[in-house]
Ligand binder design. Structure first.
Ligand SMILES: Cc1ncc(C[n+]2csc(CCOP(=O)(O)OP(=O)(O)O)c2C)c(N)n1
Length: 597
């Protein structure tokens, strides 16, 4: 029997597009982010049918890169596969920036692009994207873990399931299927998935038990241990924090791991890397620190700025689920591989069973320190570069003060996303959400702060905030972005309008590509190409039907009823006229660029 058959007349259509969506439904995926077009119409037809029966539905972006950023935010906050799609030619090429960003940040994503009909290959067909056209399979090959043409319906199910399994294999990442219009339109013999994908994707509780035994010994021997936490530690964070409390281990995070640890945790010493804190950086070179435990951290250039792990290999123990992270600590004393949750469960069990010379009481609940007032600032155990400006009442508002106020005006459970540009730097250094959780099990996808380095594409946070709001309809979401990023990607705000998402967009308006301006000045380069015209983003918001406010001072901010922004059905934009002369904490990045030239 062939793997597909021609659709019988008069029956409800059931095509490969429908089967694809049944697989997504099996995985609990609720949304497909994309933009339609001629060649991808069969897939959109299937999406229309899916939406009618309560299956995954289409979220229409305004630019395909925005669709990929949304899929990225959706995965980060739901743990469910991010899915995006585009038509042939320009639709597919527009997707690339968002997909490349997911690739560099190990975000599992299924990328579906339409392909010219098989019979049209080599005929200069409209938007031809085959090997004789712009070759989208090859284009995505460089930013996907798997990129293939489904050149026969018989391949469909196998390639789809192989792609999704690859997306979730370590290191996770985007996978791409190029599906010719005639293949997407064909009718499969089976109407339901034949493969049990959730079963295949269940992560085994595997780990290297010999290495875990050695890890236990190293933890016991450590006199002054430090834990370096990256975003890979997410699923085990409650266990890691329990262990840290038991051992009195000081905690530092990479910028990607920042959302996992409360800034007010008594053992927290700050962020390392680009725009991080001196207190965190100093700890890494403190000769008294005898062991540094790296946990789920990709120590890329920006995440380890100014710190060279290779100089400290003998003190390093690296614990990773993703083998690729180990490449930054090749000469470490010990590498522990495996599923982090299982590793830390095993270690905690050993401490509980075998006794321990320090008092050790794992805490079951994450609410060890109760807040006295919802937005009270607790004592911090790490240094800020400029405490005065953090508290300054000056107008125009200092970005440092803006970051201080955001957690005061927004609810305590707000999810913040900081965009590429100075927003990232200001937020990494000065934004400290009022997170009270000191330890205990918690939602692995519940971090309150997210930023993206490595590929670092402007506008990531705008799309990703929309994906976050869809993943977490119960949580307030705030996107912190720059005027340049908004001019590049601001049209996606209309998606939040259409989907009635109460996302707040905080625009740091400095009439410049600020990061470029300050970078050029600090490095003594030519001062060129950074200025932007003064733009009224509140009016821009209003033109999209969005509530917009111009903010000049902390007073302006405090006068607004910001909690109310989250009680309505739609976004809000704050056009914050920040002090343009304030230099973001980017000194370390500029030094590195100079060293490399
Ligand atoms: C898509 C993309 N283009 C260019 C860059 C280089 N770049 C990094 S930050 C930046 C300026 C960002 O300006 P804006 O969004 O206004 O933020 P600001 O730095 O002023 O806060 C530029 C151009 C980039 N990272 N991504």
């Amino acid at each position: 029997m062939p793997a597909y058959e021609v659709e019988a007349e008069g029956t409800a259509p059931h095509e490969y597009g429908d089967l694809l969506l049944s697989y997504l439904e099996q995985l609990g995926v609720e949304y497909v982010f994309g933009i339609p077009g001629g060649a991808i119409e069969p897939f959109y037809n299937a999406l229309a049918r899916s939406e009618r029966r309560g299956g995954p539905r289409a979220i229409t972006a305004r630019h395909e890169a925005g669709a990929a950023f949304m899929a990225d935010g959706y995965w980060r906050n739901s743990g469910k596969l991010g899915v995006c799609c585009a038509t042939t030619g320009p639709g597919a090429t527009n997707l690339i920036t968002g997909v490349a960003s997911a690739y560099e940040n190990n975000v599992p994503m299924l990328v579906i692009t339409a392909q010219t009909a098989l019979s049209g290959f080599g005929t200069s067909a409209f938007q031809e994207s085959s090997c004789t056209g712009i070759n989208t399979v090859e284009l995505f090959n460089h930013c996907c873990r798997y990129s293939t043409l489904v050149s026969h319906p018989g391949q469909f199910e196998h390639k789809l399931t192989a792609a999704i399994m690859t997306a979730f294999a370590e290191p996770m990442g985007p996978v791409h299927l190029s599906i010719p219009i005639d293949v997407m339109r064909a009718t499969p013999a089976n109407s339901l998935p034949r493969v049990d994908l959730p079963d295949l994707l269940r992560k085994p509780a595997l780990f290297d038990s010999e290495a875990v035994g050695r890890l236990y010994s190293e933890l016991k021997l450590a006199k002054k241990p430090v834990f370096v936490i990256g975003d890979g530690a997410g699923e085990a964070i409650g266990l890691v924090l329990n262990l840290a409390l038991g051992l009195n281990a000081q905690l530092i995070v990479t910028p990607h791991g920042k959302g996992l640890v409360s800034p007010y945790h008594p053992l927290f010493r700050g962020v390392i890397g680009f725009s991080g804190h001196q207190s965190a950086q100093q700890l890494l070179t403190d000769p008294e620190v005898d062991r540094i435990f790296i946990i789920g951290a990709q120590l890329s250039e920006w995440a380890s700025q100014g710190w060279e792990p290779e100089r400290h290999q003998q003190r390093i123990i690296d614990i990773e689920a993703s083998e690729s992270n180990l490449t930054k600590t090749l000469m470490a004393t010990l590498h522990v591989r495996g599923r982090l949750e299982s590793i830390f469960e095993a270690v905690l069990k050993r401490f509980a069973n075998k006794g321990f010379d320090k008092p050790f009481k794992p805490v079951a609940s994450g609410e060890a320190r109760q807040p006295t007032a919802a937005n009270e600032e607790l004592p911090r155990q790490f240094s800020l570069d400029d405490e005065d400006k953090y508290c300054s009442d000056a107008s125009p508002i200092k970005p440092q003060r803006l970051m201080r106020e955001l957690p005061n005006i927004f609810p305590a459970n707000t999810h913040y996303l900081a965009d590429v540009g100075a927003s990232f730097s200001w937020a990494t250094h000065y934004l400290h959400p009022h997170d009270r959780r000191v330890c205990g099990r918690r939602d692995a996808k519940g971090g309150l702060f997210r930023a993206t380095l490595n590929f670092a594409s402007m506008g990531w946070a705008i799309g990703s905030a929309i994906g976050t709001a869809l993943a977490r309809p119960d949580k307030p979401v705030v996107c912190i972005t720059g005027d340049g990023s908004l001019l590049m990607n601001g049209q996606e705000i209309t998606v939040a309008v259409e989907e009635k998402l109460p996302v707040v967009f905080v625009v740091l308006n400095d009439s410049a590509y600020g990061m470029v301006k300050h970078g050029q000045r600090m490095s003594g380069a030519e001062e060129i190409a950074f200025s932007l015209p003064v733009t009224n983003f509140a009016a821009f918001a209003q033109a999209m039907g969005v509530e917009g406010h111009i903010i000049y001072s902390a007073d302006d901010l405090l006068k607004l009823d910001c909690q109310a922004f989250f009680n309505k059905q739609g976004p809000t934009l704050l056009d914050v006229r920040i002090d343009q002369n304030e230099v973001p904490p980017i000194g370390m990045r500029t030094q590195t660029l100079q060293q490399k030239t």
